[in-house]
Design a protein around this ligand. Sequence first.
Ligand SMILES: [Zn+2]
Length: 381
Amino acid sequence: MLFEPHIYQPHAWKLLSRSFESGKVAGTYLFYGPEGTGQWPLAHAFTALLNCSDRRTDDLSGTTLPCGKCHSCRAIIGFNSPQLLYAVPLKTKTERKDGKQEDIDAVNEVLALQKEEPFRLHTHDKQLSIPIELARDIQRRLSLKGEEGATRVALFFEMEKMRGDAADSLLKLIEEPPSNTVIVLTSANEHALPITIRSRSQEIRLRRIPAGIIQSYIEHQCGLSAERAAVVARTSGGSMGRAIAISTANEDEGFDRNIGFRLFKSLVSDSKAETTSHLLDMISDKDRGQADDLLTLWQTLIRDCAGFSATGDADHIVNVDFQQDIIRFAPHFSEPIVVAGCALSIKNTLADLRRNVHIHGALVGLSLNMKGHLAQRTTGR
Ligand SMILES: [Zn+2]
């Protein structure tokens, strides 16, 4: 799938393939669109196209594809091509002691995971940024002479997590690009990028991936039944990365925190009732323990939101893996009447579950109740 961009991003690939065919490859590209829609695979496929020694034409899409077999393609598949330079968001510096070596180790760690599954989401919910040292290191390496006839590609992933100093260094690179070099930036939030960078980039929009393509991919990659894969694909919102996260999270524990959190999110953020009900389908109707875990998670999430809303102190957040969203949702739980209403509804539902009520019915009822409590909020709208 890595080298089948015409399948997961047909529109973007058509543009990239055409610019290559017509000899008009831009100096800088910005791949933007919802997270998990193929930023990593697309960037690798494009690098492969630029360097492949045995390209072929796909008759159906009319695009040019890399062979996937030549020396250059194989190195790119292995994420160890000398033509590829990576900048990825890492933990912010204050949390780390050492300098450069630590950066390199951290990047390699990310690359090892992405190589295993290029569609997986690298990060979210964590405070990360692209360190200035990485941007500078790429700049330095690009100033050295490259391999004869090869096109180097510098990849800056999740550009919205790049801070000012690193962005300045990148801007210099974009303005004075070394020869035979293409810069690829990716972002799930292109509006967060400095206009100076956007205006110098050719923007390529990544679209949501059709559910059918996601379904067949995760069915094979994650070993899901066709039935389960269909449900996951439907709830992934066209994000392969999210579908993979749902498919692989906490398989052994029977309860998936990510699904639990997404359900919570759908209650708070005015999603369609349909979204909530699709997600509820993923909670077993027979497993009372799972429903219990779900509600316990919600209790702690509400406590985190209310606590942050009252104190503004993120250090007391228990569910650190969802910290950013908790901070975002905190204003919904700024009023005691909302918090108390939700807490009581959850408590009652937990008691109901112990009395052998129908699990899905109880959860649907609770969802409606909670939406009602959340709608009571009087300020901050
Ligand atoms: Zn090739």
